[in-house]
Write a protein that binds this ligand. Structure first.
Ligand code: GDL
Length: 453
């Protein structure tokens, strides 16, 4: 086999569900990555038809031209372009024609100048067809042999690289034996030595990835994993967006893995902090603090929020936005404070509100103003990236303020019911999903209990 290229991978995966980024956004991403010294971009948008559903079809020359442009742009910027394909939904591993289809696609990309690839078997059923079972005995073996064939025939000699995404790609899935008992052990034994492997941590969205957990995994898979990091992905809940810092990964973890690639927010413009703090984490020596990195990133991001109006977005505004839409399992300080204030005001008598009332009113005004300022941002894509979230936050807070005013005017929730004059049923929190959410409530503990409607 050819020489194995094992540069440490640092960068971005375009690997979310939903509308893929535009070519212009990708080119912009590569410029920012170059500035931040990130060296890897993996193209694998789930909803590019030819990436998954139509993996057998070759690209048209127009489509190929777009990919070629990215390959060249990456090369110019010292970034390694990886092309990902996900045949797992429909592939029949034991049919010879299937490998031919894969080869044809790899050849197209090789001809276009691509040398680095990923073959992805995530988010598919854990079982395979009877015919495949007979030939391979296990899903792990079927997938490894497929990847090994492509690697040894097409990639090893030109010094190419291949990353394999297993069907169980996090601790929880492996524990549940998704993909079959002993799946990862088999991959450790069968996957060709030069092929890398993706891992998202203990969970699909992992608040923390410990050194110990990766050491245990390394024993099984017989190599260092490349971290596919979904910390900032929001495709699973598009009412949210994640503007918080890269965190929950110690500096020591860098020694245990083959790289860190983040699969971030669907909204391209929302990813500045994610990228900049990832780069900071990867460069850090000695110690690194994610909250400080976050603050620095917000300050560097702020100039992009220039508005057509007289009063621009301030650093305090941006921190409020970032803290409100921070990380999946964590809110920022401003958001925590706001939450505590609202909880007190909703649940406690007015006499106990103290300074909370004033503080909350100021924050509400700030959110209302921020929502307006964002509509005036020059960079329209930036505004579009958050419009939905900021709108919703403003609506909720204005409704809370009405409730607060009602209580202050003597309203007593124990004996009366408050109805707002403008938050009307059907228009406010209407629709099937909101109604279903009221039928079964999901508690912070994870408990699902009947709602009261
Ligand atoms: C996943 C998918 C990914 C998706 C992410 C967040 C992997 C390997 N695959 O499971 O495409 O964006 O969750 O929803 O993470």
């Amino acid at each position: 086999m050819g020489k194995v290229n094992r540069s440490f991978l640092k960068g971005v995966i375009e690997g979310f569900y939903g509308r893929p980024w535009s070519q212009q956004q990708r080119l912009e991403l590569l410029g920012l990555m170059q500035e931040l010294e990130l060296n890897t971009y993996l193209y694998c948008p789930k909803d590019d038809l030819k990436h998954r559903a139509l993996w057998r079809e070759c690209y048209t020359s127009d489509e190929l031209q777009g990919l070629r442009e990215l390959i060249v742009a990456c090369r110019d910027r010292g970034i390694e372009f990886f092309y990902g394909i996900a045949p797992g939904l429909t592939i029949c591993y034991s049919e010879a024609g299937e490998l031919d289809s894969l080869r044809a696609r790899f050849r197209q990309l090789l001809d276009a100048g691509c040398r680095s690839f990923a073959i992805l078997f995530d988010d598919i059923a854990g079982e395979m067809a009877e015919a495949d079972s007979v030939v391979f005995g296990s899903l792990a073996k079927a997938q490894c042999e497929t990847a090994n064939a492509i690697y040894s025939e097409l990639l090893a000699r030109p010094g190419g690289r291949l990353i394999f995404c297993p069907t169980p790609y996090c601790g929880r899935m492996a524990d549940k034996q998704h993909g079959g008992a002993g799946y990862l052990d088999e991959v450790g034994r069968h996957l060709a030595e030069g092929i890398d492997l993706f891992w998202t941590g203990p969970e699909i969205i992992s608040p923390e990835i410990t050194v110990e957990s990766v050491r245990v995994l390394r024993e099984t898979i017989q190599r260092k994993p490349v971290i596919w990091d979904n910390l900032h992905a929001n495709d699973y809940d598009m009412t949210r967006v994640f503007l918080g810092p890269y965190s929950g990964r110690s500096l020591e973890l860098r020694e245990e893995v083959g790289g860190f690639l983040i699969n971030p927010n669907c909204e391209f413009e929302a990813n500045y902090v994610a990228l900049k703090t990832l780069a900071g984490y990867l460069r850090a020596s000695g110690s690194w603090n994610s909250r400080s990195a976050y603050k620095e990133s917000l300050a560097a991001w702020l100039p992009r929020f220039a508005t057509v109006g007289e009063d621009g977005v301030t650093l305090d505004d941006l921190t409020l936005l970032g803290d409100a839409y921070y990380l999946p399992h964590e809110s920022g300080q401003f958001a925590e404070q706001l939450y505590d204030d609202v909880r007190c005001i909703v649940t406690q008598p007015t006499d106990d509100w103290g300074e909370r009332q004033d503080r909350l009113r100021k924050r509400i005004r700030q959110v209302v103003e921020l929502a307006r300022k964002l509509t005036e941002v020059h960079r329209r894509e930036l505004f579009y990236a958050f419009n939905r979230q900021v709108w919703e936050l403003r609506e909720e807070l204005e409704m809370i303020e009405q409730y607060m005013d009602w209580k202050l005017a003597g309203g007593d929730p124990a004996t009366e019911t408050f109805r707002s004059g403008n938050y009307l049923p059907g228009t406010y929190r209407g629709g099937l999903v909101r109604r279903l959410q009221q039928l079964i409530s999901f508690r912070p503990s994870g408990a699902l209990i009947p709602g009261d409607e």
